[in-house]
Each structure stands twice: as structure tokens, then as C-alpha cells.
Design a protein around this ligand. Structure first.
Ligand SMILES: CSC[C@H]1O[C@H](OP(=O)(O)O)[C@H](O)[C@@H]1O
Ligand SMILES: Nc1ncnc2[nH]cnc12
Length: 290
């Protein structure tokens, strides 16, 4: 199997990476089934990158249907250590306008029907998640986005993740604003949780497409509005990714974040009672701690 240390998960509007060369498509099987689509491994500016469209090519999977465990597991199995997620979001703040970019630093979970952990069947793990995004990768992403010069980029902010697939009601949108949320989407969770459990550095480039439905004078969110603004956003996301990949360290021994040791003190189950089949199943994630 080809390998890459950098993974990109493309959201709405980003189903393939422009400018990638030496492409190879790999169909990865995982203990949690198949990922959203084949993973394309290739070179971006000479750097190996694995690309996966989270809704599948042609946008076939709703947020609830995305096989998130398979997606994160598959990337990990290809050697990925850094994951950049690109996502379309609505803005809950006047000063965050459509076509702006946000690198969020917090998450708020309003999903209802998703599996939030890899671990089950006799293995219990509680990871720290106070800082849900990797600070190292978020900083690099932010700096690189700012280098473009012609796009407004917001540092930090809270992404509220709803179940969908319907957009929010006005009452919900206003409540999220009153709770201090900044942007809204449907896919950052459980993706960020599973990336943490897989000890990956994970950051989001949020591309603002609309003002959701709280704004008095701006058009309410619709697929049509999202798609209109996505075209500009996706081009900017790709410009950023092309510049970013060569700045990402080849290995994580020199970085200050704890993402690569997220499980070090998180496994609570007595090693002596972990069934052999469970040890085998989770070898990719926990081998170094057994
Ligand atoms: C097409 S609008 C709603 C859709 O877009 C966002 O997806 P992604 O985060 O994958 O870019 C949002 O979360 C919804 O899934
Ligand atoms: N307003 C919104 N709500 C949820 N997901 C979105 N994706 C893009 N805009 C959104």
C-alpha cells in the first residue's frame, strides 16, 4: 500500500484535490467497514498526501451516513499522522461573512445519532478532549491561510455540530448564538473525536457559505446558496493546502502538542482482561500501550 503522513478530508464541494500528481487510488477495508470512497494517494507540491471525500464522490452520503470510524481508521492505516478537514459552515456572527475562512478552536456537540468512539467490546478508553483541535496544525493552517492575503481568515471560534440533514430552525440558530457559538456545520463530530482516539493531529479549515437562518436581512441558508459560495471557497482551500503541506513536519517528535500520545493515560481497562480478539482488532491504535 502507498503511504502518506498527511491526510485531507474534503467536505461539500471538495471531492478531488486539484494539482495532485502520481495518483493512486486505494480501496481500504477496515474493522468498521469501507470508508466513504477510495482514498487517492498522490503528491501535492512533491509531498505525499492521502485525500478522502467525506461524502463520497458525487456527494452520496448524508452527514449521519458518513462511515467516520472507517474513514479515520483507513487514513491511520496508510500512515497518516496529520489530518486537515475542509468543511462548509454557516456563520452565527455578523463579522464572519460568507466566503470568509475560519480555523475553529472549539466544538459543541448537538449530534444525536452517531457513534463517538472506536472502542467497545471490552476495551474502555477516555481521551482528553478539552482542546478538540490540534494546536500545532491549527496554527500552521491559520498562518498559511493568512498568507493568501486576499481572503478574510478568522482565528478560533466555536463550531456547533448539528445532526442534520435539515438545516436549523430560527429558534435553534438564535439559541446557538446566545450560547456563544460562532459557526455551524454537520460533520466535525465525531470526526475530531475519532481523530483524537487515533492519535492524529486534526484541524479544520471551515469555509463560510451562509448566515444560517438567524440574520434579519441576509438570505437564509439553502443548498443553492451554499453551492454558490462554495466554488470560491474551495478554490481558496486548495490554494492553502498546496502551500501548507510542505510546512508540516515529517515526524511529530519535534512538535509540542500531545496528539500523538492521546491514549497514553486514557485506557482504563485492566490489560489482563482485554480479550485477545479485542487486542488484535485494535492493534493499529493501541499496540504501543499493551
Ligand atoms: C451542502 S450544505 C450542508 C453540508 O455541508 C457541510 O458538509 P461538510 O462539513 O462535509 O463540508 C455540512 O456539514 C453539511 O454536511
Ligand atoms: N447553515 C449551516 N448549517 C449547517 N451546516 C451547514 N453547512 C453550510 N452551512 C450550514
Amino acid at each position: 500500500m502507498p503511504q502518506a503522513t498527511i491526510g485531507v478530508i474534503g467536505g461539500s464541494g471538495l471531492y478531488r484535490m486539484e494539482g495532485m500528481t502520481d495518483l493512486e487510488e486505494v480501496a481500504v477495508e477496515t474493522p468498521f467497514g469501507a470508508p466513504s470512497d477510495v482514498i487517492t494517494i498522490g503528491k501535492l507540491e512533491g509531498v505525499p498526501v492521502a485525500f478522502l471525500p467525506r461524502h463520497g464522490r458525487g456527494h452520496r452520503l448524508s452527514p449521519t451516513e458518513i462511515p467516520v470510524r472507517a474513514n479515520i481508521w483507513a487514513l491511520k492505516s496508510l500512515g497518516v499522522q496529520w489530518v486537515i478537514s475542509v468543511s462548509a459552515v454557516g456563520s452565527l456572527r455578523e463579522h464572519i461573512a460568507p466566503r470568509d475562512l475560519v480555523v475553529p478552536d472549539q466544538l459543541f456537540d448537538r449530534t444525536k445519532s452517531r457513534v463517538n468512539s472506536f472502542f467497545e467490546g471490552g476495551l474502555v478508553v477516555h481521551c482528553t478532549f478539552a482542546e478538540p483541535f490540534c494546536p500545532t496544525l491549527s496554527r500552521l493552517l491559520l498562518e498559511t491561510a493568512r498568507e493568501l492575503g486576499d481572503v478574510r481568515v478568522h482565528e478560533g471560534g466555536t463550531y456547533v455540530c448539528i445532526e442534520g440533514p435539515l438545516f436549523s430552525t430560527k429558534a435553534e440558530s438564535l439559541a446557538y448564538r446566545s450560547w456563544g457559538m460562532d459557526i455551524i456545520g454537520m460533520t466535525a463530530l465525531p470526526e475530531a473525536k475519532l481523530a483524537r482516539e487515533a492519535e492524529l493531529c486534526y484541524a479544520t479549515l471551515a469555509c463560510v457559505t451562509d448566515y444560517d437562518c438567524w440574520h434579519e436581512s441576509e438570505e437564509s441558508v439553502s443548498v443553492e446558496l451554499v453551492v454558490q459560495n462554495l466554488n470560491a471557497n474551495v478554490t481558496n482551500a486548495q490554494r492553502i493546502l498546496r502551500r501548507l503541506v510542505s510546512k508540516i513536519p515529517a515526524d511529530r517528535s519535534t512538535v509540542s502538542c500531545d496528539c500523538s500520545q492521546a491514549l497514553a493515560s486514557a485506557i482504563i481497562t485492566d490489560r489482563a482482561v482485554i480479550p485477545e480478539a479485542v487486542r488484535e482488532k485494535y492493534r493499529l491504535l493501541i499496540e504501543k500501550y499493551l
